[in-house]
Design a protein around this ligand. Sequence first.
Ligand SMILES: [Fe+2]
Ligand SMILES: [Fe+2]
Length: 190
Amino acid sequence: MLMFREKIPASWVEKVKAQLPAVLVDHAHLERKAATTAISLEKYRELFGHVGELNAIAIEELQHFQLVLNLLKERGIPFSQPFPSHWITGLMRSIRHGARPQVIDHLICCAFIEGRSCEKFQILARELAPIDPPLANFYGSLVESEGNHYATYILMAREIDDAETDRRLDFYLDLDATLMREPNPHPVLH
Ligand SMILES: [Fe+2]
Ligand SMILES: [Fe+2]
């Protein structure tokens, strides 16, 4: 797993636990966006050789989306609007223009979202176990898949340009750390 330069603040899990229903709605949107993002990566010519793999990720994310929607239904939580995430916006805003820079940055941003999700789902699997075992199990069941998505996106970036990927990882690790220090008070995962 990627060595992030900033730990997830302890206040994050408390915030999530205090507003679980709204966070589940945010999670549903996160999976929906992960599916559409995997498909949007297929527009880059550098990734034409990976269309099948990207489709597989999109299908998996769509399945995750449906699983979260099922949870919402079971719990009587209406599917509603998402809150903005300055962490995701901050990462995405720094994607450079131009063919190669753009695809490498986009892949790294996607990898970071997957990597941080993987980390946070692990925390939720542990922290929710005493208070909400079914939800804890659900989060535990997603960890491996999000970890694989993280690794796949990093490998795709490295295949395009290994040295440039290292340079941009260094940049994005600093940016992630800066953005992580500004906690989002809204009921969001990121
Ligand atoms: Fe997912
Ligand atoms: Fe994912």
